[in-house]
Design a protein around this ligand. Structure first.
Ligand code: 3HC
Length: 360
């Protein structure tokens, strides 16, 4: 029998139970506690499903659900995460910060300029307004989420974070400037994670004094929705770091996979050549962009066609990922096509710039 420990954020109650099955008492109650031996994803599902109601198992073991909760799967090999920092409030950084705040973590997001921060925070607030409008959350939850999130322009404000995720521009020089600065600003036991999609994380760890506490945590766009995260383990990452990040990823409601620190990890190693092939197909006039997208949507059941997905992910992001893959493997299938380069050079970056393969 596995025992899962659930920590209720804010109230700090810890409890254990063996309850193997769960039933629901539909009588609404006030605020309660929540305990279960169910696996983490089930706990999260149950907690969100029965939020504010009384839940018990067949033997009458009472499980109470708090309105704000946070789940932690802890093993003896992982450390507890309470406060999370996110560096960068762009498309990915804001999505990651939103996800962490929604999971109940005290979250602080740092940007370099007030207008970038305002834009990112507005994007997050827009997502919460949309969820409220759709009835996916109530006003109290929306307020809770907001209370868990704050922005800053000062890295020093992240000093007491247990874990920091960087999601800045995909530029190695930028990351190599950031990592030592974070190393100096954060407490010694804090983990530093990179959301890079293809750059070398071993190198980022090497410019800190805590390479064992550095690894990748790669989210997918849109970060609050996509279920996967890639944990990228470098040759220096410790087992404890991997286990802590695995538990953290699960607490966000994500499914983690572990990849080695090679360009593209798992997803982009496979996805980027597909996207580049779609651009070449369009560039060579083999089919219209609409037909390429329709073919892959309806022929393969993908939620978006490749050219729509390119606009969604950002053509600049795709170019950087392709360049990193080509640099590492020198395979023609990773070589960015001339059209992709020209589009990026002319500012056609996809949705974020209003124009890519399509107009927005
Ligand atoms: N916060 C919370 N919820 C959000 C959200 C956000 N920021 N954005 C969207 N959602 C929710 C919507 O509310 C909606 O919920 P509902 O179904 O309960 O109403 C749900 O997500 C779906 O959104 P939409 O209804 O707006 O649109 P679609 O049904 O068309 O789905 C999509 C949009 C999820 C983006 C889907 O088209 C999709 O999965 N596309 C593929 C995305 C993909 O492949 N991403 C990976 C890219 S690769 C990458 O990121 C790696 C990088 O390194 C290159």
């Amino acid at each position: 029998m596995h025992y899962w420990r659930t920590r209720l954020r804010g109230l700090g109650i810890y409890a254990f139970t063996q309850a193997p099955t769960l039933g629901v008492d539909t009588q609404p109650t006030g605020v309660g506690a929540y305990v279960s031996s169910a696996p983490p994803h089930q706990c999260i599902r149950l907690a969100s499903q029965f939020c504010g109601t009384l839940v018990h198992d067949d033997e009458g073991i009472i499980l109470l659900v708090f309105k704000t909760y946070s789940y932690f799967e802890r093993t003896k090999d992982s450390m507890e995460i309470r406060k999370v920092g996110v560096i960068g409030c762009g498309l990915m950084g804001s999505g990651i910060a939103q996800t962490c705040a929604q999971a109940g973590y005290e979250t602080i997001v740092r940007e370099v300029a007030q207008d970038f921060l305002d834009k990112g925070m507005a994007r997050i607030q827009g997502a919460w307004d949309m969820m409220l409008q759709k009835g996916k959350i109530n006003e109290e939850q929306a307020r809770d989420y907001k209370n868990h999130l704050r922005g800053t322009l000062d890295t020093k404000d992240l000093a007491d974070c247990d874990l920091v995720i960087e999601a800045v521009i995909e530029n190695m020089e930028e990351k190599l400037r950031l990592f030592p600065a974070l190393d100096n600003a954060l407490k010694p036991e804090a983990l530093i994670l990179s959301n890079t999609s293809s750059l070398n994380i071993t190198q980022m760890g090497a410019v800190t004094k805590r390479a064992d506490k550095v690894c990748g945590l790669h989210f997918f766009n849109p970060a609050p929705v996509m279920k996967l995260v890639e944990i990228v383990r470098t040759i220096s990452t410790s087992d404890e770091t991997v286990e802590t990040v695995r538990a953290f990823a699960k607490s966000l409601g994500k499914t983690p996979v572990v990849a080695k620190d090679t360009a593209g990890f798992i997803v982009n190693f496979l996805l980027i050549p597909y996207l580049l092939a779609a651009i070449r197909m369009y560039e060579n006039g083999l089919a219209s962009k609409e037909d390429i997208d329709t073919a892959m949507k309806l022929g393969c059941g993908y939620p978006m066609g490749p050219l729509t997905l390119l606009d969604y992910v950002g053509l600049d992001t795709t170019l950087w990922a392709a360049e990193a893959l080509y640099e590492e493997f020198k395979e023609p299938l990773y070589a960015p096509s001339p059209l992709l380069r020209r589009m990026v050079n002319s500012g056609m970056l996809g949705r974020k710039s209003g124009r890519g393969f399509y107009e927005y």
